[in-house]
Design a protein around this ligand. Structure first.
Ligand code: TRP
Length: 341
């Protein structure tokens, strides 16, 4: 039997190049390897944990994320793509898992800690937010996933998931859940945004989206952070920290050409505009086929929603099996019959 791959994204905006390099590209490769049965989750409930006051941000972006998936080559014949909130068993499983760990253990998660700091929650942390790693464990264990391709920031979530799996097995004396493995992207850390200041993120306004038009793309490439001391073309320029070169390293397959440009830039005599035009060429060549596929799918949103309905049904069938086993292990399958089914 093929191994189970599980991963997902929060639908808070269209997906960008950071997602692409950090996970989407790898996801398509894994999907097409034939070694896995992929389940891909649009984590709307998790997105609501920090967008609960603006739920429309989440609901409006479900279609965006689904279109991005299709555009990059997620194939609904192979991968089941589904909406988290439409499978209520995830919440049920979360509830049972919550008994298995302490407040202290949840608070120790470094990703959650960092987010709490960034969001200035101080001592007013919404409970839904605090426990989202437990709900993420339910996302994963509901499928007994073997591998979870994610970015490095998600490793603590995988550790929490495995801790919960062990604790469940121990508590209910059954080897029901297996531990999963995070699959990290090969070489790149989080891609820096076009401003060069921080990782690419929708909220920082420094992102290049998969759906950007060529004009929008050029607008962003033109503003890319380069070497602020590289004032005249003949001046030697700095490659390190220069976003143009970071992106060429990440997206240009012609490594010899990139090295040649770097050498020329360091020596002096290569202008920023020339480099940017080349970056544009490379990115536009990557993004044009994605954009075109996306536009095709966007013509028929009903068909995309039908794909999500089918994926949700497939995923729910799998989750249903797990829930049965969970209740059996816990001794809470009461067999009350049709009256409450
Ligand atoms: N936390 C992930 C993110 O912010 C999204 C996510 C939710 C996820 N549930 C998951 C990823 C389960 C992998 C597995 O991107």
């Amino acid at each position: 039997m093929s191994k189970i791959l599980l991963t997902g994204d929060r639908p808070t905006g269209p997906l960008h190049l950071g997602h692409y390099i950090g996970s989407l590209q790898n996801r398509v490769k894994l999907q097409n390897s034939g070694e896995y049965k992929p389940y891909i989750l649009i984590a709307d409930m998790q997105a609501l944990t920090d967008n609960f006051e603006t739920p429309e941000v989440v609901s409006e972006n479900i279609l965006n994320v689904a279109l991005d998936y299709l555009a990059i080559g997620i194939n609904p014949e192979i991968s089941s793509v589904y909406i988290q909130s439409q499978i209520p068993e995830f919440s049920e499983l979360t509830m049972y898992f919550l008994n298995l760990l302490t407040l202290n253990q949840v608070e120790r998660n470094p990703t959650v800690k960092e987010e709490i700091r960034q969001k200035n929650f101080e001592n007013k942390i919404p409970l839904g937010f605090l426990i989202y790693p437990v709900s993420q464990a339910a996302d994963i264990l509901a499928f007994n996933a073997d591998v979870v391709p994610v970015g490095a920031d998600q490793v603590p979530m995988i550790e929490d998931t495995n801790m919960i799996a062990r604790k469940f097995n121990q508590t209910y004396k059954q080897e029901l859940f297996k531990e999963c493995k995070a699959l990290l992207p090969e070489s790149h850390g989080r891609l820096v945004g076009v401003d060069g200041k921080a990782k690419m993120s929708k909220s920082l306004g420094n992102a290049i989206y998969l759906k950007d038009t060529s004009d929008e793309l050029w607008g962003k490439v033109r503003q890319m952070y380069t070497d602020p001391n590289h004032l005249k073309v003949e001046d030697p320029g700095q490659v390190e920290g220069n976003v143009c070169f970071t992106y060429l390293d990440a997206f240009d397959d012609d490594k010899a050409k990139v090295q040649e440009l770097k050498d020329h830039y360091s020596k002096g005599g290569l202008g920023d505009m020339k480099v940017k035009k080349y970056v544009m060429e490379v990115l536009d060549a990557k993004l044009t086929p994605i954009r075109q596929r996306r536009e095709e799918f966007a013509k028929d949103p009903a068909q995309v929603m039908a794909m999500l309905a089918k994926g949700t049904e497939e995923a729910r069938a799998k989750v249903h099996e797990t829930m049965k086993a969970v209740k059996q292990a816990m001794g809470i399958s009461y067999e009350l019959g049709a009256a409450v089914a």
